[in-house]
Design a protein around this ligand. Structure first.
Ligand SMILES: Cc1cc2nc3c(=O)[nH]c(=O)nc-3n(C[C@H](O)[C@H](O)[C@H](O)COP(=O)(O)OP(=O)(O)OC[C@H]3O[C@@H](n4cnc5c(N)ncnc54)[C@H](O)[C@@H]3O)c2cc1C
Length: 326
């Protein structure tokens, strides 16, 4: 069959946004090449509802495998077996650390062709073509596959979650897979977030991102964090400030950081370098505050505010708090 198999990562009984994007993208592409989109969930205690909920994102069937949570190798075992049993033409991943590890492991196991850091997938004459940026994102290339299965690993959040099949319920099929000897050697000891914030930046609807224009590390705690808190969002950062030790790497957005697609991305004191832009250009609304009217970020902002962020952000924070009654 010319089907597409995706991996859906879940945590605390919810599938993460990045995986929902991969499932939605697989469903869209499967329609175009005339196949079905199926998903795999792997873990120790996965509810029927969680599996069925992927139907809203276009998965017609969800395989549920009982294996240790959060580890890559058991998922490789499960997906390799499903692909060899059912002959999927493609395996698609949303990216993220686990997605990269599973995708790479599956590629090695199946001796398949792989394209990583994919930002777009096209259906051409019944086959999939992966598009990925190269040369520090200054150009893009199309990659086709000469054999099946083709492995496609997206950039984090490159694919948009689309719940337009709302009401549809995926068929759930339990699969028994004998795990490889090495797959059970590692155990998950603990899972935690490196940053202190309660809000996950990949999933946050609102991000307040700070750059070198903040002038000092304390700019984050004095300006960005209060504004993010007032807006109910999270804080992000550029590489320049992460390299300077002003903020944690886990908050870095861009080519060598995370890719995000929030509803609002407020960039404070950020010039808008291409390596930063590639990580946040998918935001629905980009608002930039910069004192330089010629800053490149204004070329791709929906709203540009020219001025000193030290004056603007405290007033904006107060205005947001007043509006929200806090
Ligand atoms: C291989 C490679 C990979 C990279 N990966 C990444 C990446 O993943 N993410 C990333 O972000 N960068 C990355 N970079 C670095 C990138 O090229 C830029 O250097 C970086 O994004 C700049 O960060 P910035 O906007 O904070 O600083 P700057 O470019 O220094 O911009 C600071 C801005 O603040 C403004 N400003 C100053 N004072 C104020 C004020 N008081 N009020 C308002 N505005 C003010 C200035 O006008 C300026 O526009 C990478 C570079 C390379 C070569």
């Amino acid at each position: 069959m010319s089907g597409i198999l995706t991996y859906a990562l879940h945590y605390e009984n919810e599938v993460n946004k990045n995986s929902l994007g991969a499932v939605s993208e697989a469903a869209r592409l499967a329609k175009e090449i005339g196949g079905e989109a199926h998903a795999v969930v792997v873990g120790e205690d996965i509810s029927d509802e969680l599996c069925q909920s992927l139907g809203a994102y276009g998965a017609s069937k969800v395989y549920r495998a009982h294996a240790p949570d959060g580890l890559a190798q058991p998922v490789v075992d499960v997906m390799a077996k499903l692909i060899s049993d059912h002959g999927y033409s493609y395996a698609l991943f949303g990216g993220g650390l686990l997605g990269f590890e599973i995708g790479a492991g599956l590629t090695a196991r199946l001796n398949a062709g792989v394209t990583m850091e994919v930002t777009e997938v096209k259906a051409v004459a019944g086959k999939l073509v992966a598009v990925r940026p190269i040369l520090q994102d200054s150009a893009v290339v199309d990659s086709g596959y000469v054999s099946e299965p083709g492995i496609i690993i997206g950039r984090l959040n490159a694919f948009e979650a689309d719940a337009s099949s709302n009401g549809a319920s995926a068929q759930v099929e339990d699969v028994e897979v004998e795990l490889s000897e090495w797959s059970t050697k590692a155990t998950m000891v603990t899972r935690g977030e490196q940053r202190g914030a309660e809000v996950n930046i990949e999933d946050a609807d609102t991000l307040v991102a700070g750059g070198r224009g903040l002038g000092k590390a304390d700019g984050f705690s004095e300006l960005c964090e209060p504004l993010a808190e007032a807006l109910g969002g999270a804080v992000a950062a550029t590489r320049a400030v992460v390299d300077a030790g002003w903020y944690s790497y886990s908050a870095q957005i861009g080519q060598t950081g995370k890719t995000v697609a929030p509803k609002l991305y407020l960039a404070a004191g950020i010039s808008g370098a291409i390596q930063h832009k590639v990580g946040m250009q998918a935001a629905e609304n980009i608002v930039a505050i910069n004192k330089d009217p010629n800053a490149p970020i204004f070329e791709f902002s929906d709203l540009g505010v020219v001025g000193d962020l030290n004056k603007i952000i405290p007033k904006l924070t107060e205005a947001v708090k007043a509006k929200r009654g806090g």
